[in-house]
Design a protein around this ligand. Structure first.
Ligand SMILES: Nc1ncnc2c1ncn2[C@@H]1O[C@H](COP(=O)(O)OP(=O)(O)OP(=O)(O)O)[C@@H](O)[C@H]1O
Ligand SMILES: [Mg+2]
Length: 293
């Protein structure tokens, strides 16, 4: 029966010599994020006067697909909204796929982010193209529909940045599909030269600062890099001492858990959500504010 289905096929288009692959390789470049304290945490190595030196990249690597993970209320949405607003304010086009809350709510939130950043949302609001997978079940449940819709939007609006908040919402009730879904999304972003941020929800409160646990684990190995957001309630004198905080206080933490495309800071940093809802990365744990400056 249908012998040719089982016949192995040589996939010649998957074979490249080093030079053929290099000819297509993008140059490593940083994309400023608009998130205070984040851009300085990525770096690259350049030859300066015959010597190799570590130099700042000035942002996340261009064309990277980054996973932003953390349990509920750690600032993931705030962070990606801030990134979207910042890119839009620089005249870049951003696709914002919203899976959790309907587009009009996200738009209201984006407007607040802009206000807090001292930017006039009206000046660049059309640079953000919202794709409402929260209200449209077919986009959430059927990945090919979502990808076709996104491809259409990318062509129509010449989009360079894609945000998905959250990818976890795309595999609700089908966790075993998580890897396959994220893999297809990842390949799509690469094909369309998107610099992308995928939010993924971490269900477990254990190992707060690892990218593991449901949601996180499926994504971590596939994407180019992961940023972990965490919060810790200070309940002991010991914790109070190591974090320099008071009992009962919430301490927010941030860490880059690997980035394949560039060098990066590996320390755990304090993170802050300002009263107006802006995310800011602070000094690394164990360094005084003075040392950082
Ligand atoms: N406009 C705002 N002003 C001040 N603080 C805010 C504002 N919006 C949110 N916050 C604070 O930031 C926290 C994190 O919010 P955010 O929506 O980014 O969480 P999240 O990590 O996306 O959570 P989830 O996984 O539930 O979507 C909120 O719990 C709240 O304490
Ligand atoms: Mg959120």
């Amino acid at each position: 029966m249908d012998q040719h289905f089982n016949e192995p096929r040589v996939v010649k288009e998957a074979i490249f010599t080093g030079s053929q692959a290099i000819a297509k390789a993008p140059e490593l470049q940083g994309i400023p994020t608009g998130i205070e304290g984040l851009d300085e945490l990525f770096f690259t190595v350049r030859e300066v006067e015959g010597k190799l030196q570590q130099v700042p990249l000035g942002g996340i690597p261009k064309y990277a697909v980054c996973n932003i993970t953390g349990v509920s209320d750690t600032g993931k949405s705030l962070m990606v909204e801030q990134f979207a607003v910042y890119q839009a304010s620089r005249g870049k086009k951003v696709a914002f796929i919203t899976v959790e809350s309907p587009a009009n709510f996200v738009a209201a939130s984006l407007k607040y982010r802009a206000l807090a950043m001292g930017l006039d949302f009206q000046e660049f609001e059309d640079n953000i193209i919202l794709i409402d997978a929260a209200s449209h079940g077919s986009l959430r449940e059927n990945l090919p529909d979502l990808l076709s819709t996104l491809a259409y939007a990318i062509k129509e609006y010449k989009i360079d940045f894609t945000i998905v908040d959250s990818v976890t919402g795309l595999f609700e009730n089908k966790e075993m599909m998580a890897r396959a879904i994220v893999r297809r999304l990842f390949n799509f972003m690469k094909k369309w030269y998107q610099t992308a941020l995928f939010v993924s929800q971490k269900r477990s409160g254990h190992e707060e600062l690892s990218a593991e646990a449901a949601g996180g684990y499926a994504v971590g190995h596939i994407v180019d890099g992961t940023m972990v957001l965490a919060k810790e309630l200070i309940t002991s004198q010991y914790a109070a001492r190591i974090y320099g905080a008071r009992i009962g206080e919430i301490v927010r933490l941030f860490r880059i858990d690997g980035c394949r495309m560039s060098g990066h800071d590996t320390r755990t940093h304090f993170m802050e959500i300002t009263p107006t809802g802006l995310v800011r990365i602070g000094p690394a744990l164990g360094t005084s504010k003075k040392e950082e400056q």
